[in-house]
Ligand binder design. Structure first.
Ligand code: GLN
Length: 503
């Protein structure tokens, strides 16, 4: 038998139902792996020849084992859910009762939520067992997972490189086989881009499909939760548990009934029109990424899909538009961290204003402060019309461009990012370099469309293979179609089966 950590979610679920192994056994196996990674990370953080990925921020073996025993009891009684006993990790942006929640920020050190995020609860109701909380960029702001207050995450394919962000801990933990699946959130690409950099699969559903209740807010009109795993089949299983209306708790939750996203995985894709935006494959796309994406598209054509050239003319503008709207919303959302209600409180203050100032100055990291300043600026009286309002207008036009494209194609495909994972620290003095690398993920986020990343091959970084993801974008509520295309691709290719060396 293969190791438990090599099994997919679907295989684990089947093995648990067949009593080939128990949920407690599985949970213990993954907790031990996670603990080893934490130990290795603590030992070598900062050095170059490391083995710890830095993916985990918190474990609670007692709580995990208690959940697993409860799952075993349900399995024995034959009352288990679809994912009974299967372990997962949660991005530390989802609040959890059994584990601390930090959102990757010093601001929330020591915070314990009195409730579980809706998505956490739904996955628990499906029977999943939480292994722990996963590192992320502070308040989900970043493209490399270098902005966490608790240290960076490393890419298991090359420990000197970034795993992508902001759900970098989720992606790295899955690639390193520390968990078979995890939650992530995607505001401007944070599920798709780390999935691409770490060679795993991830899907961001249509905005409003998964509840935002209990997700620490970054940019509320963009934030969306989604699953990350090794295969499209596994993502479909998790997504089916995560979606559904949460109208009393999330004002932007869609009133669309839950869906079984596994139902059409095996559908034929003969005749499916796949649009390739010319703006995604032009200048600025690294040659190795281009080669891998082209090969994956050729594979889809072999399966009967029809490749159609399309245009998304405003692609370039998605960067300034997103980096106005997201910081604007962040500056408002983060005003709640004032040192009074919860979170970090400065020790020495003289009056209320100095309490606010000092608590925020001490609690927030550099990138978060940069976003708060940008956001406050674009919303200020003198600049609102010139920046924020213009950005909102172009956002609407970007969404319209997609609808024009969907008149001639069913699904859109292209690269997730312009290049493979870069070196840790490479962009340390150039935050805009990270922003620019978001160019292919931002458009779907601004339009609220579902998007996913599927392993499509490998580029090369100093002799080491580095994963490349193929991005698939669908029209509203077409997640099942994306998962169908991804699953067919995974049946014809084996990129999702490769493992980083030493894992
Ligand atoms: N890289 C983008 C940002 O920093 C997207 C992050 C995300 O999707 N959470 O805002």
């Amino acid at each position: 038998m293969s190791h438990l950590h090599d099994l997919t979610v679907a295989e684990l679920a089947a093995g648990l139902k067949a009593k080939t192994f128990s949920a407690a056994e599985v949970a213990q196996h993954f907790v031990t792996r996670a603990q080893n990674d934490i130990n290795a990370t603590a030992h070598v953080q900062g050095a170059d020849n490391t083995f710890g990925t830095g993916s985990f921020l918190a474990l609670n073996p007692e709580a995990t084992l208690a959940q697993a025993h409860a799952a075993d009891a349900r399995l024995a009684a034959g009352t288990g859910g679809a994912l009974e006993g299967v372990p997962l990790g949660h991005k530390d942006i989802f609040v959890t009762q059994a584990f601390p929640t930090t959102a990757g920020s010093k601001m929330l050190t020591g915070y314990r939520s009195p409730f579980d995020a809706t998505v956490v609860r739904q996955l628990a109701e499906a029977g999943m067992v939480t292994v722990g909380k996963l590192n992320c960029d502070e308040f989900a702001m970043g493209s490399a997972n270098e902005n966490s207050a608790f240290g960076p995450v490393r890419n298991p394919w090359d420990m000197s490189r970034v795993p992508g962000g902001s759900s970098g801990g989720s992606a790295a933990a899955i690639a390193a086989r520390l968990v078979p699946a995890a939650t992530g959130t995607d505001t401007g690409g944070s599920i798709r881009q780390p999935a691409s950099f770490c060679g795993i699969t991830g899907i961001k559903p249509t905005y409003g499909r998964a509840s935002r209740y209990g997700m620490v807010a970054y940019a509320s009109s963009l934030d969306q939760a989604g699953p990350m795993a090794r295969t499209a089949e596994d993502c479909a299983l998790l997504l089916s548990a995560m979606c559904g209306p949460d109208l009393d708790r999330d004002s932007t939750s869609l009133d669309v009934p839950p869906e079984d996203f596994s139902r059409s995985l095996n559908n034929s894709i003969v005749g499916l029109r796949i649009g390739i935006p010319k703006e995604f494959i032009g200048e600025g796309l690294a040659a190795d990424v281009r080669t891998a994406v082209d090969a994956a598209l050729a594979e889809l054509a072999k399966l009967g899909a029809q490749l159609v050239p399309i245009s998304l003319p405003l692609t370039e503008l998605s960067i300034p538009v997103y980096y106005i709207i997201a910081p604007a919303e962040a500056s408002s959302n983060l005003s709640r961290f004032d040192g009074v209600k919860f979170g970090h409180r400065a020790k020495d203050f003289t009056d209320l204003e100095s309490l606010y100032k000092k608590s925020r100055a001490e609690g927030f990291g550099v990138e978060v402060k940069r976003r708060i300043m940008t956001g406050t600026y674009v919303l200020s009286h003198g600049y609102y019309d010139a920046y924020y309002l213009q950005a909102q207008k172009i956002r609407r036009m970007i969404a319209q461009d997609f609808q024009n494209a969907f008149k001639v194609c069913d699904v859109i495909a292209g690269p997730v990012a312009p290049k493979v994972a870069w070196k840790l620290g490479e962009n340390a003095n150039d935050p805009v370099a990270d922003y620019l690398a978001d160019i292919f993920t931002l458009p779907a986020s601004l339009a609220g469309l579902p998007g996913m990343s599927v392993p499509a091959g490998f580029g090369m970084g100093q002799g080491k293979p580095l994963p490349v993801g193929l991005q698939l974008i669908g029209n509203y509520l077409k997640e099942a179609q994306l998962l169908n295309v991804a699953h067919r691709l995974q049946q014809a290719t084996d990129f999702h089966l490769h493992k980083p060396e030493g894992v």
